[in-house]
Ligand binder design. Structure first.
Ligand code: ATP
Length: 682
């Protein structure tokens, strides 16, 4: 309903008359927000210290904004709290409970990138997410109500049937995608909402509308909101309750936006607020040079000694910081006696009284029992919202819908039918009736080509989409939406029927036009078709393996081409006389088996190929020179054709090998996905 829409799309300004929360679960009872405390976070990656003693407190009903220049560690901070990266020296609590895998389920993290399946509509995306992430005791009707409520509250009713879209196909706008991203995370009614740059890429009025909605959401629902933001305008800046300014991974300022001007003026940085946006001002100061940044950090460290929400270990504050000429509030707070008590040793302070007062306030303490390292106490009780069966069912449906666009696009139909028609014309009726010995090579090349065509298609289809699909899976796994095994099984099952449609069409067209096996034996056609399906699915499994064994498309392309060329050369068609010491390599190629099987189906009878009366290459056509000349029609024996093509593996063993290949690569793909693609953000 229009009056319930809080974000007025026309002007981007929320409808402040509405009494309802900006977004959330509407009239349903929701869980209250929880306080998120983080203390002296230290994070290092590849030997580089990214976060240095970063502390802060996000309160229920309030918005904590993390600001700072690019590369100052804003995203890293959110990644640590959101559990996207492991941090061994990071202490945090949520609602006074240590932040563990289990308690982190109260946090939802809206990533900066809007990662979705591009071909699903907004409604499909949110409905599948609801089915996967909401508890099973909720009925379909309840889940649908929650989804509809969020769509309505985020003013997205008009785009429920619009696809998410990507570079290739247009879909939701940038702002709509951002709101879809937020809606997706709000589904679970989190106590704490983390958002990484939710306003990036939005115009200023839409960005303000979103910030205001987040503020209203925090206030009206009592939820805790913590967001990073690059360069808010003044209106947005004053919506925040607290600002945490980072510089080079250190806290440069922690306080209320309203105090910023006063506090910076005390440090010698006066701001002309009539012409300057305070947010721009503080960013400019922190970016204006190392000296300014160091000065801010020193002043902040000193203030933090008495700031309960953003404390620092006294031992990490240097003497210089404590004796700064530019006294900030802490200076006033510390009595002169306390100052005299300071013992200075090696540039670090040991100040018993300050430390005692600090401890008594429970600001921060190494041994605070409620503060546990974020990566510790990873409870193994991975409770999913839904059962394996539900996850499998929902993911199968979603994968099927998503796969339909991928496997059965118009372009792919045109390509498959076009190539099949060209092949059919070039090899037109080559196999009809009895074939001449010289035509055998044409028939085998036709069979080998069809196999390669379908195999390459199948493999590259997977490689093209897997990197982006892996991102969605990582995101969803990070938010604990489902088990990897449920996803993998669902993907394998749902794509099976879709992946065989185009290879079946091309096989049928070529088989019929080329008149293979005289086109008079149905079982030969079905046999050939079955082999084609096996090799196609086998190549899909290979694609999954390559997609998981490599990190990006370029690497996967190199590995795929290397493997396919090797398999092709060893497939039996191109090279008949492999050096004896490399003979074993032939059995590595799945094409060896598919091709042999196709030869079985094509040349099954001893009455197919006419001997060349002049110059036959087959022993069965050899003329007995002592016998009188005869006009009798002679045929090449089936065994001779197999032997000439080095097809020496029995048919049953070929079928088993193809099925084995299919299972082998699929299982290895799963293992690699499980082991090497643990969901992590950069
Ligand atoms: N995996 C990594 N390996 C090495 N350095 C990294 C890695 N991830 C982040 N960094 C570095 O950590 C620093 C902080 O990065 P982060 O993404 O947290 O910054 P940010 O403040 O969010 O930047 P922006 O506003 O541009 O998104 C940067 O210098 C970045 O190069």
């Amino acid at each position: 309903m229009a009056d319930q829409v809080l974000l007025s799309h026309a002007n981007g300004i929320p409808n402040s008359d509405s009494g309802k929360p900006s977004f959330g679960h509407g009239n349903r009872e929701t869980q209250p927000g929880l306080e998120l405390r983080f203390r002296n976070l230290q994070f290092k990656i590849k030997g580089k210290q990214i976060l240095h003693d970063v502390s802060g407190t996000a309160h229920p009903g309030k918005v904590l904004a993390v600001m700072g220049p690019s590369g100052s560690g804003k995203t890293t901070l959110l990644n640590v709290l959101g559990g996207r990266i492991k941090c061994s020296r990071c202490q945090a609590t949520i609602g006074n409970q240590p932040l563990t895998k289990r308690t982190r389920r109260n946090i939802s993290y809206v990533l900066q990138q809007d990662i979705f399946f591009p071909n699903l509509t907004l409604l499909q995306t949110l409905s599948f997410a609801a089915d996967l992430r909401l508890p099973e005791h909720l009925s379909q009707k309840d889940k649908r109500e929650i989804v509809d409520g969020l769509i309505e509250q985020l003013d997205m009713k008009k785009c429920t049937k619009t696809i998410i879209g990507d570079n290739m196909s247009r879909g939701l706008s940038g702002g709509e995608k951002k709101r879809a991203n937020i809606a997706n995370e709000l589904l679970t009614d989190p106590a704490v909402l983390l958002l990484d740059e939710p306003t990036s890429g939005l115009d200023s009025s839409t960005a303000f509308a979103l910030t205001l909605s987040l503020k209203k959401y925090a206030v009206q629902s009592g939820k805790t909101v913590m967001m990073t933001i690059h360069q808010p305008n003044a209106q947005m800046f004053f919506q925040f309750d607290t600002v945490l300014l980072l510089s080079g991974g250190r806290v440069a300022y922690y306080g209320a936006p309203n105090d910023v001007i006063k506090d910076f003026a005390e440090m010698g940085y006066a701001c002309d607020t009539t012409h300057y946006n305070p947010a721009d001002f503080i960013l400019d100061v922190v970016k204006s040079g190392n000296e300014s940044a160091a000065r801010l950090i020193s002043a902040s460290n000193k203030r933090r000694l008495t700031t309960p929400d953003c404390p620092i270990l006294p031992s990490t504050v240097t003497a210089d910081e404590l004796n700064m000429e530019n006294e900030v509030t802490t200076g006033a707070a510390l009595g002169s006696k306390e100052k005299m008590d300071v013992e200075i040793s090696n540039g670090k302070i040991h100040q018993p009284e300050v430390y005692e007062r600090y401890r008594s306030k429970e600001n921060l303490e190494d041994s605070d029992p409620s503060l546990t390292d974020v990566s510790e106490e990873e409870d193994t009780d991975a409770r999913w919202s839904t059962s394996f069966f539900t996850q499998f069912k929902v993911l199968t449906q979603r994968s099927f819908i998503q796969g339909k666009y991928r496997f059965l696009s118009k372009l792919k139909f045109i390509k498959t039918i076009g190539v099949a028609l060209i092949c059919g014309l070039l090899w037109f009726q080559i196999g009809r009736g009895h074939v001449k010995e010289v035509e055998v090579n044409d028939i085998t090349s036709c069979l080998f080509f069809v196999t390669l065509f379908n195999s390459f298609n199948s493999l590259f289809d997977i490689l093209m989409v897997f990197p982006s699909e892996r991102e969605v899976i990582n995101k969803e796994r990070m938010s604990g939406s489902y088990r990897l095994s449920a996803y993998y099984l669902a993907k394998s099952v749902s794509e099976l029927p879709l992946s065989i449609i185009l290879p079946s069409i091309s096989t049928f067209i070529i088989y019929w036009m080329a008149g293979l096996n005289g086109f008079n034996e149905a079982w030969a056609f079905f046999g050939t078709w079955f082999v084609m399906i096996l090799i196609t699915i086998g190549m899909q499994s290979l694609g999954m393996f390559i997609g998981t064994a490599t990190m990006d498309f370029d690497h996967s392309l190199v590995l795929a081409i290397f493997m396919m060329i090797t398999f092709m050369l060893l497939g039996g068609f191109y090279i008949k006389n492999i050096p004896s010491w490399l003979h074993w390599m032939r059995y590595v190629s799945p094409f060896q088996y598919s091709w042999a099987l196709m030869l079985y189906f094509e040349f099954d009878s001893n009455q197919r190929v006419l001997c060349d009366p002049e110059n036959s290459m087959y022993p069965s056509c050899a003329i007995n020179v002592t016998a009188p000349p005869s006009n009798e029609t002679r045929f090449v024996e089936f065994g001779d054709i197999l032997a000439a093509n080095r097809a020496d593996v029995p048919a049953w063993a070929c079928v088993c090998s193809l099925i084995g290949t299919l299972i082998f690569f699929r299982v290895i793909g799963y293992v690699l996905l499980r082991m090497f693609h643990k969901p992590m953000v950069k």
